[in-house]
Design a protein around this ligand. Structure first.
Ligand code: SF4
Length: 385
């Protein structure tokens, strides 16, 4: 029988598991504490649990971790981490310093099925969803008990490889574990989930009560162009997507972030800016303009700075909050839309590790600043999702 990964479980699920062992419910909190806060991976070390229970757990359960295969650092300080999963598949996680924030961008799938034309992740298709533990472990990798401050990141964005809402259960479960006081205990205001517009999933997601921030990858102002760029638009056209955004339950000071990858000659005209203003009228939102990160095989170009500024100026002049976000980590293919599952492009799991790899990340003093707003990786680095 396959052993249970404790990092896949919420508090009630741990309680149900321990009930099988004839244990009282409070033991589940102790177990969560070891797994998500003390970061202990060996059941034998869970010293406040009875010995018999530790043995029972060790026979049936385990605590997974990720294996760091490769760590690359960009000239701008962005770091990309390549992790191996238990089945040998690989995923990428990116740490982006943009003082006072340090944003951790996590993956939710190996590959992606959504097929956005401007995205490298799309080129390999979907390999598989990540389990909740595989998402949570991307965060826990950077948390070391006893370090000060305890985490080298201020924000988390679900904008790495994959469409988070396509892996709905994995994403929601991971968010519950990451935000719960019994779990990792990260404020939901510091977490942003980005979707390309899976409307039914978006509607369900709004009802989960998770209180995380929402980003929507918009990228076009007509159905014709959006359907070319993002096949998801054929199933959920703009009107349907924006109606779902209008109905989305936001907390009092929350607003939706619309991401708009600017592609030269495709969606960067003044007419697009005009349509965008109309489309977003009345929505509590801001717009992040992301000049395209050129990738192999994509028939698109990055617009010139003047075009980007003109587009932004029009939005600002018509009452929209609009920001131009600069690429981070482009030299190590860590910028948005540049992550992909490509075994051939990745270092082998065996043999000599690449230089500067296989060490846990270091952080310097003062990199985390309490109160920093949650912001998306695609907010901070030109994006594709
Ligand atoms: S942009 Fe996002 S949703 Fe679209 S293919 Fe890439 S990873 Fe998937």
């Amino acid at each position: 029988m396959a052993r249970i990964d404790l990092r896949d479980l919420t508090l009630p699920e741990m309680a149900a598991l321990l009930e099988e062992a004839g244990q009282p419910a409070y033991r589940a909190r102790q177990l969560c504490h070891w797994v998500y806060q003390r970061l202990v991976t060996d059941c034998a070390q869970m010293s406040d649990l009875p010995l018999a229970l530790r043995q029972w757990l060790a026979e049936r359960c385990y605590v997974s971790t990720l294996t760091l295969v490769c760590r690359q650092q960009s000239v701008d300080g962005t770091e990309k981490f390549l992790f191996a999963l238990e089945d040998g598949r690989q995923i990428e996680t990116v740490l982006i310093p943009a003082p006072p924030r340090r944003t951790l961008c996590v993956s939710t799938q190996v590959g992606c099925a959504l097929g956005c034309r401007f995205c490298l992740t799309a080129q390999g298709g979907l390999v598989r969803h990540l389990r909740p533990a595989e998402i949570v472990n991307q965060v826990l990798f950077f948390c070391q008990p006893g370090q000060t401050p305890p985490r080298p990141f201020t924000n988390i964005v679900f904008m790495g490889m994959g469409e988070p809402l396509d892996n709905y259960r994995g994403t929601v479960q991971a968010l519950r574990i990451l935000t719960a006081p019994w779990g990792v205990g990260i404020s939901p205001r510091r977490i942003t989930v980005s979707t390309s517009g899976l409307v039914k999933r978006l509607e369900a997601f709004g009802k989960e009560g998770l209180k995380v921030n929402l980003a929507v990858s918009l990228n076009a102002t007509t159905d014709e162009v959006r359907s070319q760029l993002m096949p998801v638009n054929k199933a959920y056209p703009l009107a349907r997507l924006l109606a779902a955004c209008r109905a989305y339950p936001l907390a009092p000071r929350q607003r939706i972030t619309f991401e708009y990858v600017l592609l030269a000659g495709v969606n960067d005209s003044l007419a697009d800016a005009q349509r965008l203003v109309k489309l977003l009228q009345g929505l509590r939102c801001k717009v992040n303009l992301l000049p395209f990160n050129e990738i192999p095989g994509a028939p698109y170009r990055r617009p010139d700075d003047e075009t980007v500024q003109r587009f932004q100026a029009y939005l600002l002049a018509h009452g929209l909050s609009a920001f131009v976000r600069q690429s981070r980590g482009r030299d190590i293919s860590a910028a948005c839309g540049q992550l992909r599952y490509d075994a051939q492009a990745q270092p082998a799991l065996t043999g000599t590790p690449p230089l500067a790899m296989l060490t846990p990340p270091r952080r310097s003093q003062g990199q985390e600043k309490p109160g920093a707003r949650a912001e998306s990786r695609r907010v901070e680095s030109a994006s594709a999702d």
